[in-house]
Ligand binder design. Structure first.
Ligand code: BES
Ligand code: MN
Ligand code: ZN
Length: 493
């Protein structure tokens, strides 16, 4: 979807005018058009009792010789259009209307007095997020879920400011689309090696990217990660990414860490076959981290940010690790692997440790499709959030509400520590009881955090949308990119 920013309304003969109406005062373009057509528009609005409410729509074919052939008016509820999220949803709705009508190009008119620059950018953001499709594997192009809208001609007076603001949101969109692409890709075409190559491609946006192969991981003594990888013919990789927006400052503001299990069969503790195909998105955490780093680099953040992703495949085989095996993590702590399906935490144990050692960040945030239990707890509306710092948890909770990628604060205090004590090693990789499964995972991760402000986001429920949602066509959601971009933005820009 291409967007042109214009200040003067011109060249519209034959085009479609799409107008968002908020409040009862009409835009001057519309008033002008109305006058020239003997009140055709305002009459029609009266006839249908156009009530300026959300989703109230009026589709008009204009008389021959008018400045535009057709106008679609959409009413916006004044009460529900104050926050970013509502505006994003409005944009998303516009895309749906255009696609239903198979419309390729529009002239978009927004009531400028009603929206500030960021709000207009949010509408465009919502529109573009809803254009995402993952169609690459259809050979019959008739079967694809088409996206028709190609070009938006936006008319607004302060178009310079808006196009500047759009640059940031466009960067977010690019990051979200990368995340969605990666999450949607089947595991045969996205092995750890191939995913590491996708990360390396991000060098072209200015990121410093390093790829660590199995030999290097062995040197680093990442025994927990390597234990997961040993059952697969596809070799493991760890990739680090780095962006220094402030070169005069030596410190690292944030390091983002992502679980990248390119396929999770469960290993020897094998999963039931029904629904197992979903485990292609078990690299969702790493996909968010890559999308986010792309966004931050594209918009040239002033913060110092870095990332580590752990890429492995969890397979059952003659070389796979067994339940009961004891592995030694890079930190030196030993782990009894009770269940080979609790593999994400084993991968994260080593890369969290490595990330702190390499980057010494002020704050570390990990993202992982870690537990099915988080879906049992809070469903697919929010991510589970676990943190060792209450202020940080508060901050992210508020940002989540603002941008519509919500988190829910979950417990990870010491009272749960005993749950993962092992009879023969420093810890075991699952909890003892049947309760608090997501917290057991978080408590395990916490053992690999050393004096760093830390947050773990369990995104198992939010990574994949089972049905269409506003701004998120069904499939990979890209959840997390916008939230964490906002975290960096609100602190450093
Ligand atoms: N990748 C899964 C978690 C998951 C479940 C992600 C559903 C997305 C959707 C994870 O590796 C896993 O298998 N977790 C186990 C942990 C258990 C063995 C303690 C689970 O949730 O059952
Ligand atoms: Mn698993
Ligand atoms: Zn997993």
């Amino acid at each position: 979807m291409k967007i042109n920013f214009n200040s003067k309304f011109s060249n519209d003969k034959g085009s479609l005018l799409f107008v968002c109406v908020k409040g009862k005062s009409l835009h001057k373009y519309l008033i002008d058009l109305d006058k020239k057509n003997s009140n055709y528009v305002s009459n029609a609005m009266k006839v249908v009792n156009f009530n300026y409410k959300e989703n109230n729509q009026l589709d008009l074919i204009l008389p021959k010789g008018s400045k535009a052939d057709r106008i679609i008016l959409v009413g916006i509820d004044e009460k529900n259009s104050s926050n970013d999220l509502d505006l994003g949803k409005l944009g998303s709705n516009i895309t749906s209307i255009l696609n239903t009508n198979k419309i390729k190009e529009i002239s978009l008119v927004l009531e400028e007095k009603s929206f500030n620059v960021t709000q207009i950018a949010m509408i465009l953001y919502g529109m573009s997020l809803n254009t995402y499709r993952f169609n690459k594997y259809f050979s019959d192009k008739k079967k694809i879920r088409a996206n028709f809208i190609e070009k938006i001609n936006l008319y607004c007076e302060n178009h310079n400011k808006i196009s500047k603001e759009w640059k940031r949101f466009n960067a977010i969109k690019e990051g979200v689309f990368l995340t969605r692409d990666l999450v949607s890709e089947p595991a045969n075409n996205l092995t750890p090696l191939l995913l590491s190559k996708e990360a390396i491609k991000l060098r072209k946006v200015g990121l410093k990217v390093e790829q660590l192969d199995e030999k290097k991981l062995k040197e680093l003594k990442m025994g927990a990660l390597l234990g997961v990888a040993q059952g697969s013919a596809n070799k493991p990789y760890v990739v680090t990414l780095e962006w220094r927006g402030n070169k005069t400052k030596k410190t690292m503001d944030y390091t983002f860490v992502g679980k990248g299990v390119t396929f999770d069969t469960g290993g020897i503790s094998i999963k039931p076959s029904g629904g197992m195909e979903e485990m292609k998105y078990d690299m969702g955490g790493s996909a968010v981290v890559l999308g986010l780093m792309k966004t931050l680099a594209l918009r040239k953040t002033k913060a110092n940010v870095s990332a580590v992703v752990g890429l492995v495949e969890n397979m059952p085989s003659g070389t796979a690790q067994r339940p009961g095996d004891v592995v030694k993590s890079m930190s030196g702590q030993t782990i009894e692997v009770i269940n080979t399906d609790a593999e994400g935490r084993l991968v994260l144990a080593d890369i969290l440790w490595y990330a702190q050692k390499k980057f010494k960040p002020n704050k570390i945030v990990d993202l992982a499709t870690l537990t099915g239990a988080i879906i049992v707890s809070i469903g697919q509306e929010k991510a589970g959030m676990f943190s060792n710092n209450a202020n940080f948890a508060d901050e992210v909770t508020k940002l989540g509400i603002k941008v519509g990628e919500e988190v829910w604060n979950m417990p990870v205090d010491d009272s749960y520590e005993k749950d993962i004590s092992s009879d023969i090693a420093d810890m075991k990789n699952v909890g003892s009881g049947r309760g608090a499964g997501s917290t057991a995972g978080a408590i395990f991760l916490k053992r690999f955090i050393k004096n760093t402000i830390w947050m773990h986001l369990d995104i198992a429920g939010v990574t994949w949308a089972k049905a269409d949602r506003p701004m998120t066509p069904k499939g990979g959601s890209g959840y997390g990119v916008r939230l964490l971009d906002e975290l960096v933005f609100s602190n450093f820009e």
